[in-house]
Design a protein. Structure first.
Ligand code: FE
Ligand code: FE
Length: 255
């Protein structure tokens, strides 16, 4: 499905807020806030249920609760990769970071394509005209090709705009489960469209990042909304994923 954006849409309004608010300084603040937060204990299945009432304003294609999108993504992966259970689980949980809305975060700190702070904003960004409103736009330390970074410093060094991806990645990094780093990186970079779909930021990549790029692109063909409604999630499908979740997430998470 195509991502069709319209300048009068709720997506445009969301991107405008995101681009005005998400400065390097504000992003560092919110990252620290969640990295230092004293967490609460919750099971991954409870988390999944909590996304039932979240509708992502950044997605131009459909208004569906996110839990439906979770099962849709996982099922599309299962069709093509019936034996790759980690990839299926990744499909199911990749958007759980949207739980940030339960903590009172506005959507412009949760969803939307991610981009790099502290370096020149690429022209391929969605609603590029709005990024000119970002207080960092004219900052001479930031608005160059490399900005505050070094050539080939590696993706991990970059400060990305904040959202559900970065949040969930950090939660998974500090909890016990059986998902490997390959899949955690898919989660972390799945909304990084300027990088994975528009060839931007190549000058920051180190050799091992190319494998991450390949994995993210492989995942991304499944991370789209489809026109089916929630009726397709039957008891068998729920049971199948409950079992996988028990295997990969035997312990509660601290979020
Ligand atoms: Fe997402
Ligand atoms: Fe998604």
């Amino acid at each position: 499905m195509f991502r069709n954006y319209n300048i009068q849409s709720k997506q445009a309004q969301l991107y405008k807020k995101m681009y005005v608010e998400q400065t390097l300084e504000n992003v560092i603040k919110i990252r620290n806030k969640y990295n230092k937060r004293k967490g609460i204990k919750i099971s991954i299945k409870q988390l999944l249920l909590m996304l039932d009432d979240f509708v992502d304003d950044s997605d131009p294609d459909l208004d569906l609760p996110n839990s439906v999108h979770a099962y849709q993504t996982a099922e599309k992966i299962r069709e093509k990769y019936p034996d790759d259970y980690e990839m299926q689980i990744t499909g199911l949980i990749h958007d759980l970071g949207k739980i940030l809305y339960k903590f009172g975060e506005p959507q412009h700190y949760i969803v939307g394509d991610t981009f790099v702070l502290g370096a020149k904003f690429p022209k391929s960004m969605v609603f590029y005209n709005f990024i000119k409103l970002n207080p960092d736009f004219d900052n001479s330390n930031y608005n160059t090709k490399f900005g505050i970074y070094k050539a080939n410093c590696g993706l991990d060094e970059l400060i990305l705009s904040y959202g559900h991806d970065e949040y969930l990645y950090n939660i998974l990094k500090k909890n016990n489960h059986k998902l490997t780093d390959k899949y955690l990186n898919i989660i972390r970079y799945h909304s990084f469209y300027p990088w994975h779909s528009h060839n931007e930021y190549r000058h920051f990549m180190k050799d091992s990042d190319y494998e991450i790029l390949e994995n993210v692109n492989k995942f991304n063909e499944f991370d789209l909304y489809s026109k089916e409604n929630e009726d397709f999630i039957d008891e068998d499908i729920k049971k199948y994923y409950d079992k996988l979740l028990d295997i990969y997430f035997p312990e509660d998470l601290i979020i």
